[in-house]
Design a binder for this molecule. Sequence first.
Ligand code: NG6
Ligand code: CA
Length: 505
Amino acid sequence: MRILPVLLCCLLSVAALAQQPQRPNIIVIYADDLGYGDVSCYGMQRIKTPNIDRLAKNGLRFTRAYATSATCTPSRYGLLTGKYPWKQKNTGIAPGDAPLILPTDRRTLPGMLQDAGYRTAVIGKWHLGLGLPGGLDWNKEIKPGPLETGFSYAFIMPATLDRVPCVYVEDRHVVNLDPKDPIEVSYAHKVGNEPTGAEHPEKLRMLPDPGHGHNQTIVDSISRIGWMTGGHSALWKDQDIAGDITRKTQDFIKANRQQPFFIYFASGDIHVPRYPHSQFRGKSGMGLRGDAILQLDWTVGEILRTLDSLELTKNTMIIFSSDNGPVLNDGYVDQAVELVGDHQPAGPLRGGKYSSFEAGARVPFIVQWPAGVKAGATSDVLFSQIDLFASLAKLTGQPLRDNEAPDSFNMLAQLLGKSKKDRAYLVTQGASMGVLQGGWKYIAPSKGAKVAKLTNIELGNDEQQQLYSVSADAGEKQNIAAQHPEKVKELAALLQQARTNEKTR
Ligand code: NG6
Ligand code: CA
């Protein structure tokens, strides 16, 4: 009887299939400059973030997850390439006219997901450069950019909200651009006759903080970094940005509901200049920074509502996180410092954006996927955003190629809450370089300022070696390098080795 084993085999594979959750849609919601303690499920008391909390309630909340770096461009580069950004030239904070820094000769995270059958979109803040070196003509086809690096659709703000050009780019073109009013951008000198913040402070809705710059071309009554002229019909209104990118996301979800999709949704909140919609302004009692947190939470709620209405919630994996830690004054006088009160944007952590201390890169990180992740749990596993590439490749059945994601570990079991095994170690990039392993953190000696003058953030620079027991002393209060010379030696060597290895996975 040969039919019996065949039948059995069939039945077994049907059972295995039934156990396998369907390949999920994946949405990364990436906040900008949101600190470890800035949402209520991570300890924020002053205001509530019910939608982000809902993700935690229905998903898995990580307490030791890291961006690769303490600023935006490198963290985004690490997330999308699975490669430590400090191994690649020009991955520091990108000027608004930087050429594309993502590779076009090897797969990125979205490119890998395209191969797995996903429709992929980037919606929101890009800040990874556009075009080829040598200068971009914003009035022509803009490439290479997202569409050349694995995205099927793009609706982006090119750089940060505080940098020109203040326009949206959809796929390869500036949205609403009138060809009779071409755009010109310069980071070297003034172009055109548009007023600047330096010349006309009376035209501003908020003043730039002297010292930070941010006093060049005025767009929407806010002066920016860099000069631009033209493109008047294309200029964004700051208070509409969150709504605009949320609507584009809802449209993309609706249009692609029948097939797996990946959305890299990069919110502009809560980066400066903070000018949320009037619906949120004045509502937090903490000034515009708190209002922007309310707006970010609203955005999350809108995305959840859309998924619910299309019955997509169950099989959509939402990953919520931030690109780097918090900063109060990052260039504009918006009362963030005055109104913060007893709120601690970094929670119990030391430092903030730009810093090598924990608050620089340790960020909120939540995964909700009802079909694949148990609700309401917390994970203390050491995890990095750089691991999403290899982990999602595993999830979607894409073998990694030799030349891609060289520093991304397959941490799928940890991502789904099925393993408590730490990442072997993690190199961190702040003002100085550091390495985390187990409960330890080592920061290499460096000469820079201890406290950043402009932002008043402790940077973690020290000419001495630093060693902290971050498991016992999350606030990095005690440098215990002198008590543990062997550990210091071991971690310094590990850091050195990781920095010189082309591939760490
Ligand atoms: C800094 C800017 C800051 C912000 C940051 C980028 C100055 C003095 N400060 O250089 O305002 O734009 O870059 O932030 O220019 S990030 O989150 O995109 O990395
Ligand atoms: Ca940022």
